[in-house]
Design a protein around this ligand. Sequence first.
Ligand code: BG6
Length: 506
Amino acid sequence: MADPSPPNQIVIFGASGDLTRRKLIPALAALEGRELDEADFSVLGVARREKSDESFRAELAIDVPEELRPAYHRLAPRIHYQAADASDVDSMRALGARLDELPGGPDAGRLFYLSLKPDLFGPTVEALAECGLLAMREQETQSWRRVVIEKPFGRDLESARALNEHLHRWLREDQIYRIDHYLGKETVQNLLGLRFHNAIFEPLWNRHHVELVQITVAEDIGVERGRGGYYDDTGALRDMLQNHMLQVLSLVAMEPPASLAPEAVRSQKVELLRALRCADPQHVDEISVRARYGAGANGEAAYVDEEGVAFGSQTETFIAVRAEIDNWRWSGVPFLLRHGKRMAKRFTEVQVQFRTPPIQLFNRPDGLSADEYHRRLREGSLCEIRPNVLTVSLQPREAIRLSFGVKQPGASMVMAPAALDFDYREHFGKAPADAYERLLLDALHGDQTLFLRGDEIEASWRYADEVLEGWQGGPAPPLLEYPAGSWGPSEADALFHGCEGGWSRG
Ligand code: BG6
């Protein structure tokens, strides 16, 4: 019988940070006793400040949710701490020595999770490599070395390329796990399941039947405490659109992969991102709207008054774009993407709006002209026949709804809106797991499907950069203001031009 694998070691750089406390440790606690146990892994937290294993464990315990406490108590003895600094070779060597002492020692598979400021990604990988900590024995399945890189990966195409090149000096692409936590969300993954397991949708999933696609990530929170400086330097486009939203878009619009193998899926996503039409910097004002929140009716502070926001800031907290995909499937179909902080409600949703029948047989009184009919629909004096819409709600409710028209009971042929509904929690009797659980598990198992490939990141920066360039030069769209707690600027409605419908309100 083959020897059992030694336990893996998860090394978290940035161990004192928010992400470690709020996401990574709770995710590991949730996996403890379910998918993973003592035989599988131990954790080493790394940060600059000196502290003992005990005080680190006690610090982490504070943010562990009540229901995960028993699991955390089982896990805690396997959590350790080591002070180290990538710019100090001795401390990195000491880190290596400590890892050799932990269960599994040098034979353990090691997952280095860099939850660090982006300018430390490159130097930390370099320091790890120079201390021999990334050396992988070829063909070795046990003592693997993998590095997880948190977002943001670059702040434009050029810096993302430079970071990719830097990482490739020390690591093979199959050792690099660029994370986008949206891909760990169950319902985001379900976009693939919905599209490619159910033959009924695929024939409709193209320009012949789809009028437009909307993707909304609306947040009710503003800039969280302590994030003002980072956010002000980043903005909504870089913080959400370039990564999470383009990832969702690529899953909605990509071609079917030949298999679920990581490279098959990722290659189709890259193809799709490359087919995104780049904005003409001279006309970027026609396809994008940017804004920031002002004070709200319930006393919410304006963005410019948030802690850490620079005087004279021109950073957007809201972005809407009308994207187009230049391929056979989607040519001419607008993809409307919208994200904002401090909006009226928190929800993330994809809406696929299908074309209406070519002739309107129902609900249109005899002799009414098309213009008059549409006017009355808009003002609500006629019962609207809603177009067929497939809504995939990603959060806070995980659900799928297909809406269509049915005949109202009675003598006359009047159609009313109806829907088929699926709710994840109701159906499966439990809430989906947190994204980090799935992603940590996949990284430990060496499955890169839900992590971004280098060329994928570059393809999405190429698109984001064109919009940013347009904003900085040419006829840039003005930086509008919307009241905190509202639906964002009404100017974003204009992006629907030529299509029926309006922005979803969740
Ligand atoms: C992060 C952004 O990547 O995603 C935050 O930096 C944002 O600004 C967060 O609030 C949203 O994630 P979720 O999972 O709450 O939708």
